[in-house]
Design a protein around this ligand. Structure first.
Ligand code: SF4
Length: 766
């Protein structure tokens, strides 16, 4: 079996040495990189060849890649690298890696064209100034061939082991039996849809209820499909840590099967959680785990791949044994793992590592998106940015003299923009051009200052730099999918001072950003208990129009859950005070009819407090407990612990908070829920502008910004009640709007909803 390796991956494996050093970062975004390469090519003569596909072989290795450019007249091959900051600050090992790539391409081109020698050039393109620095070396084909073979020789032992691993993995995956023996109801339908999407090379959306075993039901079919579809890697992406644990547990279960495949499972953890020296910077002069990182990472990697489950703890153990940084070790291991579990942002964010590696290595990947309804909000956040003038004012106070001028200028233009705004909040069609230029100048100056500093880093300055860079990048791709607004902040001091402001770029429809990420995957399965209406998710996320959608039948039956719409109460803001009495009466009546554990959800803490106060005064005999603002993990655990199998009482919570999703309280731990809100987001300037943006795109802004997100929260919260096929319970949907047809259409098909008038005096059934 041949082993295919990309030129870049080969050189990263063989030619990286010395310290880890991320001071020469943030590197340009993929978009800036492409724009830089295009600009360089456009400056070359007509006969210049760009993006030349080249391949070469050494024993069973097939090396492939695309050289950036070649001028046949001058016989010069060019490897283009985009960067920001001072080129002379680039660490020597980065430069060595670039030369290695250029020389490998040099040999591949000599071989392809029968050249006896060639000029190999590194073209460094400065993103800020758009200037090029060109370094040239002349090499004979013979020398380049020797260099190429040396790299291959260093890699070949590793590749032989990889080939053996892949063969064993694929053979075992093909023969893998479902770990539970039988599928649960609905689980087979889900598994078959995921398998089909991998076979057909497309995406699938699956609305699948809780309790059918979605995690193992989606991982298993993809592992089965690995050999026949040539899948290199499976990414299991989650919005929450709990989703990562469930995926690790499912893979443990598969690992305990007879003839389990020798899978390498890697859990990716955020840098701030994996870092061993949070007080230090990521380079050899500051952090001992960065010093000599590339000299020791090969041994750490070799040890790590022999361990099946590389979760946070085991990865940390290996990293510390070899004295390398656990976070950056996990990034290296992403290249060699079979199943990678991590947050959505590792694949969907603008600079996502897994997406970048997939493109660079031409991997065939299958992606599983757990609790996919969260990707709408998370996707929006990934492509939004905020910049506060207050942050700029802070750094101006302590900025070094070299930064005074550009920061003052930015502040002055910012004040001018503020003066032109008459309302506290205003949305605009574009970011002010003059302000953007001043921001660009400030960013360049701060970037230079940061790269000049040998060790210490001013955290506030660095944070401003990262925020400003992000803002610039998002501003570059500003369009009809996003909103730009400015909010003026009045000064707190009594002295007459000008207001400051906050600039926001808010993505409303992330489709255009996420679509290329779906396209780069062999298949993507997005699954959740709430993915209705499917056209909303398909359009907002940028999935192809023809993406199949399946609604997996619930294992639960209507008799298990009594769903009652309380149509004579309005929870609208202006009717809240009037709603308190009937809500309290309803809750107490239900509790006395069937004592047990209940959850009650409200739209805000304020509303919650009012109902709670009245309930306690009227029914001091009924045990109650309440969610509070900013509850820490221990307090949240305490809240949930009160839902014991033999306890009784009502937990008060806010819809959309920690207790309305991802909470599992089976059996008598929870027998009912009162939901006194439609969950509609607050009507405010921002939401109204977002609604207008969606309307302008020809879709319903009200549905997209208010109705769908609201009902999605309601259904998630109600989903806490029935967790197993033996559970029974009740859900009260308290608001007259729940009786409307467009709202009822968004409720799960298996619910049998009854509308009941729960007014104390009369009882009307419809
Ligand atoms: S341990 Fe922390 S400071 Fe050191 S290299 Fe890793 S992430 Fe950076």
């Amino acid at each position: 079996m041949d082993y295919v390796v990309a030129v870049r991956a080969l050189c990263e494996f063989t030619a990286k040495a010395g310290d880890l050093d991320v001071r020469f970062t943030p590197s340009p975004s993929a978009q800036e990189g492409v724009a830089g390469h295009t600009l360089v090519a456009s400056r070359r003569p007509d006969h210049y060849e760009s993006e030349i596909t080249l391949t070469g072989a050494y024993e069973h290795l097939r090396v492939r890649g695309r050289a950036d450019g070649y001028d046949p007249v001058t016989n010069q091959l060019e490897e283009v690298k985009t960067f920001r900051g001072h080129l002379d600050r680039m660490p020597a090992n980065h430069r060595a890696l670039h030369w290695a790539q250029a020389k490998v391409y040099g040999w591949l081109l000599c071989q392809d064209r029968g050249l006896a020698s060639i000029d190999v050039a590194l073209v460094y393109f400065d993103i800020g100034t758009q200037e090029e620095t060109v370094l040239v070396e002349t090499h004979s084909a013979e020398d380049l061939k020797a260099f190429f073979e040396l790299q291959c020789e260093r890699f070949i032992g590793w590749s032989e082991q990889e080939v053996m691993h892949r063969e064993a993995r694929d053979a075992a995956c093909g023969a893998l039996a479902f770990p539970h023996g039988d599928f649960r109801p609905g689980q087979r339908q889900l598994a078959e849809a995921v398998y089909r999407s991998a076979s057909q090379g497309c995406a699938v959306m699956a609305q699948a209820p809780t309790g059918i075993g979605k995690t193992v039901g989606t991982l298993f079919p993809l592992l089965k499909a690995c050999p026949s579809q040539g899948i290199d890697k499976v990414f299991f992406l989650t919005a929450k840590t709990s989703g990562r644990s469930m995926a690790l547990d499912a893979l443990d279960l598969i690992a305990r099967s007879d003839d389990a495949p020798p899978l390498r499972v890697l859990e990716l953890v955020a840098r701030k959680k994996a870092c061993e020296h949070p007080d230090k910077a990521c380079h050899g002069e500051a952090c001992p785990l960065a010093k000599g990182f590339y000299d020791r990472v090969a041994d750490a990697r070799a040890d790590a791949v022999s361990i099946a489950r590389l979760d946070r703890e085991s990865l940390r153990d290996i990293a510390l044994q070899h004295e390398v940084c656990p976070y950056y070790l996990s990034q290296d291991l992403a290249r060699w793992a079979d199943v990678i579990i991590g947050d959505y942002n590792y694949y969907y964010d603008s600079n996502a590592m897994l997406f970048g590696l997939t493109l660079a290595n031409q991997w065939k990947v299958s992606v599983l998106v757990d609790e996919a309804h969260n990707l709408v909000d998370r996707g929006r956040k990934m492509y939004s940015a905020e910049l506060s003038q207050a942050g700029l004012k802070d750094i101006r106070l302590y900025a070094p003299p070299t930064l005074k001028k550009p920061l003052e200028k930015l502040n002055r233009i910012w004040n001018e923009v503020n003066r032109e705004q008459t309302e506290t909040y205003t949305a605009y069609d574009a970011v002010p051009a003059k302000w953007l230029i001043a921001l660009q100048q400030a960013v360049t100056a701060v970037g230079e200052e940061l790269t000049e500093r040998p060790a210490g880093v001013d955290e506030a300055l660095q944070q401003f730099y990262f925020d400003a860079l992000r803002f610039q990048r998002i501003a570059d791709s500003f369009g009809a999918h996003s909103l730009f607004d400015i909010t003026l902040i009045e000064p707190v001091s009594a002295q007459p001072k000008a207001p400051t402001s906050v600039m926001n770029l808010r993505n409303v429809v992330p489709a255009s950003f996420l679509a290329p990420r779906f396209a780069a995957a062999r298949s993507t399965a997005l699954f959740s208990a709430t993915l209705s209406p499917h056209h909303f998710y398909q359009e907002t996320l940028g999935l192809p129009k023809a993406t199949p959608w399946i609604d997996v039948a619930s294992p639960f039956v209507a008799e298990q859950l009594s769903v009652q719409v309380v149509g004579n109460i309005s929870t609208r803001y202006q009717h809240r005070d009037r709603s308190l009495d009937p809500i309290v009466t309803l809750m107490a009546r239900q509790y006395h009819e069937r004592p047990g554990n209940y959850l009650a959800f409200f739209s805000s803490f304020d509303y919650l407090q009012k109902v709670l106060a009245l309930f306690q005064s009227r029914h001091p005999d009924i045990e109650v407990w309440s969610q509070s603002r900013g509850m820490d993990e221990a307090a949240q655990t305490g809240f949930l612990a009160r839902f014991a199998p033999d306890s009784r009482g009502i937990g008060f919570a806010v819809l959309g908070g920690s207790f309305s999703e991802g909470v599992d309280l089976p059996g008598s731990r929870l027998i009912g829920a009162f939901i006194a809100t439609l969950g509609l987001p607050q009507i405010n300037d921002v939401n109204q502008q977002m609604r207008a943006r969606v309307d302008a795109l020809g879709k319903s802004g009200y549905d997209t910004i208010y109705l769908y997100p609201g009902l999605q929260k309601v259904v998630q919260a109600a989903g806490r009640v029935i967790r197993t096929q033996t559970d029974t319970g009740v859900v009260y949907l308290i608001d007259d709007r729940f009786a409307r047809a467009e709202v009822r259409d968004l409720l799960p098909a298996w619910w049998q909803v009854r509308t009941q008038d729960h007014s104390p005096k009369e009882k009307t059934w419809t």
